[in-house]
Design a protein around this ligand. Structure first.
Ligand SMILES: Cc1ncc(COP(=O)(O)O)c(C=O)c1O
Length: 393
């Protein structure tokens, strides 16, 4: 019977529900912004990675609409077969200039950028040194490559050195790390990692999904933040977070980008970014190049929120960025905390196992330039009330 084939899924889902780990996804009835509408109610939004508020920015919307009028909607096929639209080339040139690299290639998402880059660089017989907390797309890209993966302790350069010294047989080697770790908001010590990579002549790749548009001068990313221009071989980024749209990128030396156009499987076997997405991203680069106002506001907001939470007595972990984890420990407590915040008009998600280790459940606050001072005060008051009610404070 067909039901018996899938009854294991019912069991798994029941187990998740019993453990308080079943993720119920909210439906947003408005544009993604500093406030969103859910079940007809307006709530303050601290869940999105819409760091700069660009997801619903009037100029970004207008650019997407204008591009549809001029170029239609879809790219029609993969670029290597159907030809590449001039818009995609324009975006890649603009991104390369913005990030001060020789060249750039775009993908459908940050996730597919990792799936493209890693297997194109290493394969069977090669070694990947990977931070133990790297993002799922790095893990999946590494698995697809069939290279051996050697994990090193999170952000621990000494452990990276140890791992390198213990591997004596290898073909090509790649060190890969997230730039900003999305669950804790801490930053990889990329300057030190870069020294290690150079000492041992190992390729270095950073996934800057949460640093793009956030770190560095005017949001130019982690390589700019550390002043490492020309020294990091592969920068992966996303256009789905601070850029407010959808898409991924790899930036670096021309030769590497040329290689990805020949061997990046999501580039060769999946259609390109859509027309409105590309035009919206070009407009986002325009906005970032014109002014640092949005990036500055993001950091100011994050500072106000972090200071406020700490003053109330919350544990905000090791964050160095606008991602603020409010550490609660227990998964059911975090879920309850999130539900109470929701009732008070604040949408902030509980994150628990398997996204973070067991016993390290939290509310993850994503700050955004889309919030104003009143929004932050309102949200802090809700955190105070719920924290007191649930005995966390
Ligand atoms: C480090 C990292 N890499 C890649 C991605 C995937 O990016 P995208 O949403 O563009 O696929 C994410 C998003 O969660 C991320 O945090």
């Amino acid at each position: 019977m067909s039901t018996s084939k899938t009854s294991w899924i019912e069991n798994e889902i029941s187990a998740l529900k019993e453990a308080g780990l079943f993720n119920t996804i909210r439906t947003i009835e408005s544009p993604m912004d500093g406030r969103v509408t859910i079940n007809g109610r307006s709530l303050l939004n601290f869940c999105a990675n819409n760091y700069l508020g660009l997801a619903n920015h009037p100029q970004i919307r207008a650019a997407a609409q204008q591009a549809i009028t001029e170029y239609g909607v879809g790219p029609g096929a993969v670029r290597s077969i159907a030809g590449t639209m001039s818009l995609h080339i324009a975006l890649e040139q603009r991104l390369a200039a913005f990030k001060q690299v020789e060249a750039c290639i775009t993908f459908q998402s940050g996730f597919t950028a990792n799936l493209a880059a890693i297997p194109a660089l290493v394969g069977k017989g090669d070694i990947i040194f990977s931070d133990e907390l790297n993002h799922a797309s790095i893990i999946d890209g590494s698995r697809l490559s069939r290279a051996q993966v050697v994990r090193y302790a999170h952000n621990n350069v000494n452990d990276l050195r140890r791992a390198i010294s213990e591997t004596t047989e290898y073909g090509r080697r790649l060190i890969v790390t997230d730039g900003v770790f999305s669950m804790d908001g801490d930053i990889a010590p990329l300057d030190k990692i870069c020294e290690v990579a150079e000492e041992h002549d190992i390729m270095l790749m950073v996934d800057d999904a949460h640093g793009e548009g956030v770190l560095g001068r005017g949001g130019r990313g982690i390589v700019d933040h550390f002043g490492l221009h020309g020294r990091v071989d592969i920068e992966v980024g996303t256009l789905s977070k601070a850029f407010g749209v959808m898409g991924g990128l790899v930036a670096g030396k021309q030769i590497i980008i040329d290689w990805l156009r020949q061997r990046g499987r999501p580039f060769l076997f999946s259609s390109a970014m859509t027309v409105p997405d590309v035009a919206a991203c070009i407009q986002a680069v325009d906005l970032l190049e014109e002014s640092t106002t949005l990036v500055d506001k993001l950091w100011q907001n994050a500072e106000i929120f972090k200071t406020g939470l700490k003053a109330l007595g919350f544990n905000t972990g090791e964050t160095e960025t606008p991602i603020v984890p409010v550490m609660l420990g227990d998964a059911p407590l975090a879920q309850e905390f999130s539900r109470h915040l929701f009732e008070k008009g604040v949408f902030a998600m509980a994150i628990s196992y398997p996204t973070v280790p067991r016993g390290k459940a939290r509310i993850r606050v994503m700050n955004s330039a889309a919030h104003d001072k009143n929004d932050l005060e309102e949200a802090l008051e809700a955190f105070r009330e719920v924290g007191t009610q649930l005995g966390v404070l």
